[in-house]
Design a protein around this ligand. Structure first.
Ligand code: NAD
Length: 261
């Protein structure tokens, strides 16, 4: 699975799934640009540790995924420093849980911007270089919510369904250019994103923390286990490899059987 000599951008890689994917890529010999929000000293410590652990070039971009011009600038910076961008993993995402009639409009806009529209700006910026080199891997982190819905997550479900449609569309456009575009759709993965929605779900459904974890989150997951970030990273790595060059426009579910039901 060696990807030695390749370079990648992973958005939202200061935490959770994105950090695991960036780590797996760097361990496979890929130079990586990290991205995300956080406290400056912590971000620099994460960057420096990954570079020291793997011996790869590891950069950091503070680009805000709600700002198209910052997304384009992040891609141009990576192209300038690495000389090329072979792989982009559009992973940054946020969640908000609320009945639709109370759903704050600003939250709807932010979720659509970060979880869907940022992937468009990212693809738009990297595709010209990938086409010129006749090689590229676009991996969009969607969700089981790209296929099924859950109440109180209207913006998230809309964004993830949209992300799958977008990914399939560009897969067709890029199919003869050596560029693949695929989604990974995890079920519940134990990360800060999941942990943070527990209090809101407790409020929205009038439940205890244990009830939310067992009766809401893992209720949908037949394996009754959270997916680990390393498992999602292994799938991303494989989609970036040569072995997956004929896999494009696909939705790779890693959801403990959730969407089989
Ligand atoms: P997380 O909260 O641990 O990490 C989210 C990352 O996105 C962080 O690095 C954060 O800094 C970054 N981010 C947030 N807003 C940003 C912005 N405006 N600009 C740039 N970066 C921003 O979340 P996670 O659970 O690792 O989720 C990662 C992705 O996986 C998301 O797209 C999420 O929807 C998806 N996903 C997660 C799960 C799960 O159970 N955790 C399940 C299915 C899909």
């Amino acid at each position: 699975m060696s990807l030695a000599g390749k370079s990648a951008i992973v958005t939202g890689s200061t935490s959770g799934i994105g950090l695991a994917i960036a780590t797996a890529l760097a361990e496979a010999g890929v130079d990586v640009m990290l991205n995300g929000l956080g406290e400056a000293a912590e971000l620099e410590a994460t960057r420096a540790k990954l570079a020291a652990d793997t011996g790869r070039k590891v950069l950091f971009s503070p680009a805000d995924m709600t700002k198209p011009e910052e997304i384009t600038a992040m891609v141009r910076a990576a192209e300038a420093d690495f000389g090329k961008v072979d792989i982009v993993v559009s992973n940054a995402g946020i969640q908000f849980v609320s009945p639709v009639e109370e759903f704050p409009t600003a939250k709807w806009d932010a979720i659509l911007a970060i979880n869907l529209t940022a992937s468009f700006h990212l693809a738009k910026a990297v595709v010209p270089g990938m086409k010129a080199r006749k090689h590229g891997r676009i991996v969009n982190i969607a969700s089981a919510h790209s296929l099924v819905a859950s109440p109180f997550k209207s913006a998230y479900v809309a964004a993830k369904h949209g992300l799958l449609g977008f990914t399939k569309t560009i897969a067709l456009e890029l199919a003869t250019h050596g560029i693949t575009a695929n989604c990974i759709s995890p079920g519940y993965v134990w990360t800060p994103l999941v942990e943070k929605q527990i209090p809101d779900t407790m409020k929205a459904r009038g439940m205890t923390k244990e009830q939310v974890m067992n009766d809401v989150l893992l209720a949908a997951q037949p394996t009754k286990q959270f997916v680990r970030v390393e498992e999602v990273a292994a799938l991303a790595l494989w989609l970036c490899s040569d072995a997956a060059k004929n896999i494009t426009g696909s939705n790779n579910v890693i959801d403990g059987g959730w969407t089989a039901a």
